[in-house]
Every structure is written in structure tokens, then in C-alpha cells.
Write a protein that binds this ligand. Structure first.
Ligand SMILES: Cc1ncc(C[n+]2csc(CCOP(=O)(O)OP(=O)(O)O)c2C)c(N)n1
Length: 366
């Protein structure tokens, strides 16, 4: 029997060559066919509000780490539009399974930053209840949350529940086996799942060019038989419109999709990293000129959607958020470092006991 001739994109799954952009770098709106904007004035203001709050919460978390209140923190600076735009496309009953960098998406879901960030203090699983906001715990092991999302979406489908699951992860995570397994399971079971990759150009110090030979991350989708979308992740409107399309597709029962939001991490990978070792000031300046908040603000101001009163209101809200975060973190218990040795072995090897004794002595010595 003759095989059917292979065409490059039989089901129209390939992403566009250029990332979808609705707001250009000067903040001018250009509508794009196939990506309608169903937003009211209130939504435009809300998107802006979440982005500004996310930036303030991020700054506060970095400061808390510098004060020794958090062990480490992973900044979202520069990725506000990608995170907020993606999460804003979800409904209340939907779920998010995030990585450790997702404070912007967390705020959209109504998560209390002071609670969830306790994870970075070393307390037990933070003081955050995923069921209250449908926002999973921050996932430190790379890509594991993609599997949680695929499994959760499959379960929801089996149970006949009307919900969509969005998993956030980074460009580096796409090299992990977990992402392959998650994409394949979700595709085969037509699970209502959106895989939202923030391509922030680096996995710690490893640039995208050393991460994959694929033309883009979105191109990987066709190998699983799902559509690949690509958007300008520094454009909150494009991030929203593309995510909305993928979410609606999943909700309609048409299965999962993979979104690549092209963006840039402006800060260090975490507070423990020195990005000057692998990035140039020129590259940083280039991306700084594409700042997602400044671009959106230019648009909103021109359209008369924000004014000084509104800006002052958000500023006050951001200050209140940061103050509450400080209180919650200062009041949270510190984890006991010796717990590191609990629940690992039933019968610990001798070397393990020696290491525990060594740590105990160090702690006692102060
Ligand atoms: C399973 C696993 N392997 C390695 C690490 C160490 N690690 C922490 S962050 C990171 C890079 C992740 O890059 P990316 O997926 O692009 O996300 P980003 O941090 O840029 O948001 C690595 C390798 C880890 N946390 N988990």
C-alpha cells in the first residue's frame, strides 16, 4: 500500500514565523486576523494593574532575600506581560501548575504572595492552599509541573469536569523528558491542557541556541499533533489573545496546545546567580527598550484608559501588598535545616548519619 504523501503541515499545526504581536514596540495597537481582543476597558486596566503589582511584589521578594528572610528567589522582571496575559485568559474554575518564577500568574489567580513565597524560606510546602485559588505549589524541580498539569487535565476530562489546565514552564524545561511525556499524554488523551512556555532566552546561563535545534520551541508542538502558538511575550495583549485561543480550544474539547511566549528575564536567574558572566549590557539594553509595562502604559495613556489618579491608586495598592508580604514573611517560621535528613531513608547509611551530626554541630556552634 502506498503511504499518503507527507505534507509539511497537514493539520495547520505549525506556528507563525513571526510571533503574534498586537501592540508594537511603540505601544500602537495593530489587530491581527484570528486573534480577536474581547477585552473591556476594565480588563485593560486590570491587566496593567496586575503587571504593576507583580513588579512590586517581585522587588519586595528580592529585598526580603537580601535581608536573609528568604533563602533564594527567582525574579520575573521583564516577564510580567507573558505571565499576566496567559493567566488572564483562564476562568475561575481553571487550574494553573506553575514553576518557581510565576508570581505574576499567581497574582492573577488571587494568590497571597506572602504565603506562597514561604516556600523560599524553607518552611513545609509554604502556607499556600492550592485548592483556594486553583494555583499549584511553586515547582522547583524543572518540568515536573507539566506532568502534574497533563495528569490533572486528563483526570478532569475523565470526570466530565469543565476546566482547563495551564502549565507554565521555561525554555530550558522543554529539554526535559517530563515535558515530552506530558505533551504526548495530553495530546493522545485530548486533555484540556495549555502548555505555556515562557522563552526568556536562558536556562540559568545556557542560551536558547544551546538548548534546542528546533526552529522555535512552538515548532515542537507538531511532533505531538497539537498546534504550536508563538507570541510576543512582552506584549500583554498578544499573550492574552493567543492564550485565550488555546484555552477556548481546550475547553471546546479539541485538546491541548503549546504556546511559546518570547520574552526576556531582565534580572539574574535567581538571587544566587551572576548574569554578567553570560550576558552583555548591549543585550540587556535591547530588551529593556521592549519593557512590557512601559509599552502597555503608552497605549493605555494614549487611549485615555489610565490617568494619574488610577496610577496613584495602583501605587498605593502595590505598597499595601508589599507591606503585607513583609509582615507575613517576617512572621513565618524558619524551616529546621535538620529536617533535610528526615523522610529519606528507612535505614540511613552511616555517611548520612555523619552528615547529620556534622550539620547539628555547625548549627549548635552558631
Ligand atoms: C530536575 C531539575 N534539574 C535541574 C535543576 C536546576 N535548575 C534550576 S533552574 C534551571 C534552568 C531552568 O531554565 P528554564 O526552564 O528556561 O526556566 P527559567 O528559570 O529560565 O524560568 C535548572 C537547570 C532543577 N531545579 N531541577
Amino acid at each position: 500500500m502506498d503511504a499518503a504523501p507527507l505534507t509539511p503541515d497537514p493539520a495547520g499545526l505549525l506556528p507563525p514565523v513571526q510571533p503574534v504581536q498586537l501592540l508594537d514596540d511603540q505601544g500602537v495597537l495593530h489587530e491581527v486576523d484570528g486573534y480577536p481582543l474581547d477585552l473591556k476597558d476594565e480588563d485593560f486596566r486590570n491587566l496593567y494593574r496586575f503587571m504593576v503589582l507583580a513588579r512590586r511584589v517581585d522587588k519586595q521578594a528580592i529585598n526580603l532575600q537580601r535581608q536573609g528572610q528568604l533563602g533564594v528567589y527567582a525574579s520575573l522582571l521583564g516577564q510580567e506581560a507573558a505571565q499576566v496575559g496567559g493567566a488572564y485568559a483562564l476562568d475561575e474554575q481553571d487550574w494553573v501548575f506553575p514553576s518557581y518564577r510565576e508570581m505574576g500568574a499567581a497574582l492573577v489567580r488571587g494568590v497571597d504572595p506572602g504565603k506562597i513565597l514561604q516556600l523560599f524560606r524553607g518552611t513545609w510546602l509554604s502556607d499556600h492552599d492550592p485548592h483556594a485559588t486553583h494555583f499549584g505549589l511553586l515547582s522547583i524541580p524543572i518540568a515536573t509541573q507539566a506532568l502534574h498539569a497533563a495528569g490533572f487535565a486528563m483526570g478532569a476530562k475523565f470526570d466530565g469536569k469543565d476546566l482547563v489546565v495551564m502549565s507554565y514552564f521555561g525554555d530550558g524545561a522543554t529539554s526535559e523528558g517530563d515535558v515530552h511525556e506530558a505533551l504526548n499524554f495530553a495530546a493522545v488523551y485530548d486533555a484540556p491542557c495549555v502548555f505555556y512556555v515562557q522563552n526568556n532566552q536562558y536556562a540559568i546561563s545556557v542560551p536558547l541556541s544551546k538548548q534546542t535545534k528546533a526552529p522555535t520551541i512552538a515548532h515542537k508542538a507538531i511532533g505531538y499533533g497539537m498546534p504550536g502558538y508563538r507570541c510576543d511575550g512582552n506584549d500583554v495583549l498578544a499573550s492574552y489573545a493567543v492564550a485565550k485561543q488555546a484555552v477556548e480550544r481546550a475547553r471546546a474539547g479539541d485538546g491541548p496546545s503549546l504556546i511559546e511566549a518570547v520574552t526576556y528575564r531582565m534580572e539574574a536567574h535567581t538571587t544566587a546567580d551572576d548574569p554578567t558572566r553570560y550576558r552583555t549590557p548591549e543585550e540587556l539594553a535591547e530588551w529593556n527598550a521592549r519593557d512590557p509595562i512601559a509599552r502597555f502604559e503608552t497605549f493605555l495613556t494614549r487611549e485615555g484608559l489610565v490617568d494619574d489618579t488610577f496610577r496613584a491608586q495602583i501605587d498605593d495598592e502595590a505598597k499595601a501588598y508589599a507591606a503585607r508580604m513583609r509582615e507575613e514573611i517576617y512572621d513565618a517560621p524558619h524551616g529546621d535545616p535538620l529536617e533535610l535528613f528526615e523522610h529519606v531513608y528507612v535505614e540511613p547509611p552511616a555517611s548520612y548519619d555523619e552528615q547529620r551530626a556534622l550539620l547539628r554541630r555547625e548549627l549548635e556552634a552558631g
